[in-house]
Design a protein around this ligand. Structure first.
Ligand SMILES: Cc1cc2nc3c(=O)[nH]c(=O)nc-3n(C[C@H](O)[C@H](O)[C@H](O)COP(=O)(O)OP(=O)(O)OC[C@H]3O[C@@H](n4cnc5c(N)ncnc54)[C@H](O)[C@@H]3O)c2cc1C
Length: 397
């Protein structure tokens, strides 16, 4: 919480002036903080000339305890007999971070009949895999997975835990953070290390994607972050890599849960999956009318790709929200992205900037999408798309 040292405070009001949340006022010549409005952003602390303000963590761990947490963990995710791509991406980045910290990298693999996947995690960089293989974990529930990971972390004390910001990760990782009474930064786009104090620098879009905030967790362990799939590129596996595989027995008490999974039904999506597609044609508001979507769809079909959308198109009801790319949609990294009448708002760009080649069609030369596009076509998308389609058909005979 934010504390005011009444001895030092001279009531100058500088803190109230810089507080963007109106959380501080001056009463009887001393700064008074409204804890309901204060976000602990620290701006007032940095601006107080008297050093009268301090953010103190009531339940901060003593310095010595922080040092007793060592090693990086990746909570791996798998469905049936396949590891989620995001787990391999995270291992690639976590390997680099672990090397900089001079520490070990472990993967935690939970599920049923999943033990054979452990060696793949080693080939992607893990030094050690903790395998929790139990029939009670055949169906995923946030409670059981959360209980087990938190229990393991309490015993083994990793300083960092990373997980995918997938439907699964989003449902159980917050539980782990709560059980361990530590912080969690969701949906990070960049992870880095500050070696001098071993802090994980967790960067993610903030304030509606208008700026990037780097978040640290200085007083609690483990430091926890989730990262969306396709933000990081997975490295090449090294099948010859050696590591340790440890089988963990489960305390049955941790398997109790209130949710009973009756059946799992895989959704049958039409066309290529957006997150896996090599080519994505994205429909933007510049298509002007729902019927013009047919042009973008035809181009996507011709290129064997998927049809994506901006939020403007989804909000207009032209396509379902599953097609939405961006901060509040999916993150994609195709080989080729073609934006059709897409302006390039930051909230959209954060979801597609990993594309290898970006082509933008827009009639406004100042549209921000041209700042990140490798190829730009200036003109009316309704005229350009038919020409492109015609040309591709002609080239193919
Ligand atoms: C918290 C928050 C989260 C958000 N999350 C997302 C998200 O996940 N994904 C997302 O996409 N957006 C998101 N948005 C919305 C985002 O800010 C933009 O409003 C949105 O991306 C704009 O979509 P657009 O590019 O299709 O439309 P516009 O911004 O309206 O752009 C249309 C473009 O088409 C061009 N154009 C118009 N007519 C033609 C024509 N005939 N031929 C060629 N070009 C033409 C225009 O010049 C313009 O550049 C979010 C916003 C907020 C506040």
């Amino acid at each position: 919480m934010l504390r005011v040292d009444r001895e030092k405070c001279v009531g100058c009001g500088g803190c109230a002036e810089v507080c963007a949340f109106g959380a501080i006022c001056i009463e009887d010549g001393v700064a008074v903080v409204d804890p309901d409005l204060c976000t602990l952003c620290g701006t007032c602390v940095d601006n107080c000339p008297e050093g009268a303000l301090e953010i103190s963590a009531d339940r901060a761990e003593p310095e010595a305890d922080l040092k007793s947490w060592r090693g990086i963990w990746v909570a791996a995710e798998c469905r049936k007999d396949t590891l989620a791509t995001v787990s391999l991406e995270l291992l690639t980045r976590a390997r680099q971070l672990a090397d900089r910290l001079g520490t070990d990298l472990s993967a935690v693999l939970m599920g049923y009949k999943i033990a054979p996947l452990a060696k793949d995690l080693i080939s992607y960089g893990a030094d050690r895999v903790l395998v929790v293989d139990h029939p009670g974990l055949a169906a995923f529930t946030g409670e059981t997975y959360g209980n087990i990971l938190a229990d393991l972390a309490r015993r083994e004390r990793p300083e960092i835990i990373l997980a995918g910001a997938t439907a699964m990760g989003r449902s159980y990782i917050p539980r782990v953070a709560t059980l361990l009474e530590t912080g969690l930064t969701a949906d990070c786009t960049v992870l880095d290390i500050r070696e001098k104090d071993r802090l994980l620098l967790q960067t993610r879009p903030a304030f509606g994607g208008n700026l990037l905030a780097t978040i640290v967790c200085p007083r609690h362990r483990p430091q926890m972050a989730t990262v969306r799939p396709h933000i990081i590129k997975a490295g090449r596996p090294d099948p010859g890599r050696r590591g340790e595989i440890t089988s963990i027995s489960v305390n049955e008490e941790l398997l109790t849960h209130r949710v009973q999974v009756l059946e799992s039904v895989k959704e049958q999506a039409k066309g290529p999956n957006l997150t896996e597609a090599k080519v994505i044609v994205t429909a933007g508001r510049g298509l002007e009318a729902r019927e013009n979507l047919a042009l973008a769809r035809e181009l996507a079909d011709l290129l064997g790709g998927a049809l994506g959308a901006t939020r403007a198109v989804v909000d207009a009801g032209w396509l379902s929200d599953r097609a939405q790319i961006g901060q509040t949609g999916v993150t994609v990294s195709p080989k080729l992205y073609i934006g059709c009448g897409v302006s390039g708002a930051i909230q959209h760009i954060v979801g597609m900037q990993g594309a290898e080649i970006i082509v933008a069609i827009n009639r406004d030369a100042e549209a921000p999408i041209f700042d990140i596009a490798h190829y730009g076509i200036l003109g009316d998308v309704k005229e350009i798309l038919p020409l492109l389609i015609q040309r591709i058909k002609k080239e193919r005979g």
